[in-house]
Design a protein around this ligand. Sequence first.
Ligand code: ADP
Ligand code: MG
Length: 233
Amino acid sequence: MLKISNLHKSYAIGDSSLHVLKGIDLNIDDGEMVAIMGSSGSGKSTLLNIIGMLDEADSGEYILDGLPIKNLTEKKAAVYRNKFLGFIFQSFNLINYKNALENVALPLYYQGLKRKERQKQAMFHLEKVGLTDWAHHLPKELSGGQNQRVAIARALAANPKLLLADEPTGALDTGTSYEIMEFIQQLNDEGKTILIVTHEEDIANMCKRIVRLRDGVIMEDTFVNQVRAKQNV
Ligand code: ADP
Ligand code: MG
């Protein structure tokens, strides 16, 4: 699914620069469910943003689904992002004046689908996350867990090959976090490749592999016995 080798990234801060990723090597196969762990500031989001083509590395190689990701124009990057990737964020990132159905339908608009077809597919995905009855409600009328499910439905709408989640349970209480993780595990059971950034040990243990970052290098990369979220709910 993806191959990363010797990836480096620095941020310019005034006259100096902060070296955040210092030679990352990471291969992820189809169907994996991987946690990227590390303390705050260790470079997790930076790495995820590069993988998600929201940002570019300074050097190194990144190949996504056989495609070298380098020097892409904004337009091309947007096309690949839409085609390959789904995103879930800690803060949901829903559009607050659009209802659940409209939020889920949005990526389909960018894929050029007609309105009727967008609505139909969006409804199908809302049903998958158990929110049929909430389709016409605004984000402010939904709970945190419901909003994250809308965000998951939106991420899935364009049928991405890879789902990227940055602290997806960071804003949720434990019970709701585990419900969301149960859902994400089901997606992985169905074959979806998933990469989750988290700093919570229990969430990482619900994945199948844990990659630990420290100060911009991978300290440890191990396969683990997946803890199922359901028994914890
Ligand atoms: P994490 O997600 O693990 O908390 P980040 O990848 O967000 O870490 O950040 C790693 C380091 O890079 C931090 O020290 C952070 O302050 C810095 N950083 C992140 N984004 C930027 C940016 N756009 N400009 C400057 N520094 C940044
Ligand atoms: Mg982060």
